[in-house]
Design a protein around this ligand. Structure first.
Ligand code: C5P
Length: 218
């Protein structure tokens, strides 16, 4: 391929990252997880004990934070934080950080920089609409709220976060989607030219093959 860029957006737990990672592997292109970047910065803000309403402090912290995404791994100030960013406490707070204009501007710059001159698939909420509006291919991945809650619940149980119920997870996902899709800057939205894929009744492989077939022109 020559400078291929695939944008993947959609609500929490729809399967974006699982699918994008496998598409990247199959096509031998690079996968960029933009949610991981917002999560990493949220981890830093929480670790520093900064009040989530204190935008000035948060923006100040951003200026002394170094985030990178290399070979599918996320680094916060040169430390690998793949595991920590998946804790539920991060999921519960990330949307409040991601709504801040300066935070989004910083992340967008970084994301465009990482994607430059490479064949990539990038997933997030605003990739097809804002970050890479000229992507060759755009996908909008969805699934029913029940299915998305079940998938997240399974993930958390596997990680032994057993204190949480399916009902609670469902509420948290609904709240996060609400915050992400109603914010003023870069809200979650299907790009006009995006192809929608509903994964509720699809296996991971089916969704992966669907995308690869479309991109490769079958
Ligand atoms: O994709 P993931 O669920 O890991 O994203 C975590 C959060 O990061 C989202 O709920 C959203 O608040 C934020 N995010 C964003 N824009 C992106 C990717 C993620 O605002 N492109």
């Amino acid at each position: 391929y020559n400078n291929i860029s695939i944008a993947v957006d959609g609500p929490a737990g729809a399967g974006k990252s699982t699918i994008s990672k496998l598409v990247a592997k199959k096509m031998n292109i690079e996968y960029i997880d933009t949610g991981a970047m917002y999560r990493a910065f949220t981890l830093k803000v929480l670790e520093k004990g900064i009040n989530l309403n204190d935008e000035i402090k948060i923006i100040e912290e951003l200026n002394s934070t170094y985030i990178d995404f290399i070979n599918g791994h996320i680094y916060l100030d040169n430390k690998n934080v793949d595991k920590q960013i998946r804790d539920n406490i991060i999921s519960q707070n990330v949307s409040d950080i991601a709504k801040i204009r300066e935070v989004r501007n910083g992340m967008i710059r970084l994301q465009r920089d990482i994607a430059k001159d490479k064949n990539i698939i990038m997933d997030g909420r605003d990739i097809g609409t804002v970050v890479l509006p000229k992507s060759n291919f755009k996908f909008y991945i969805t699934a029913s709220i029940e299915e998305r809650a079940k998938r997240r619940y399974k993930d958390l149980i596997q990680k032994c976060e057993k204190s949480i119920s399916l009902e609670q997870i469902k509420k948290e996902i609904e709240k996060r989607d609400e915050l992400d899709s109603t914010r003023a800057i870069g809200p979650l939205k299907k790009a006009k030219d995006a192809i929608e894929i509903n994964t509720t009744y699809k296996s991971i492989n089916e969704s992966v093959n669907l995308i690869v077939d479309i991109v490769e022109g079958r």
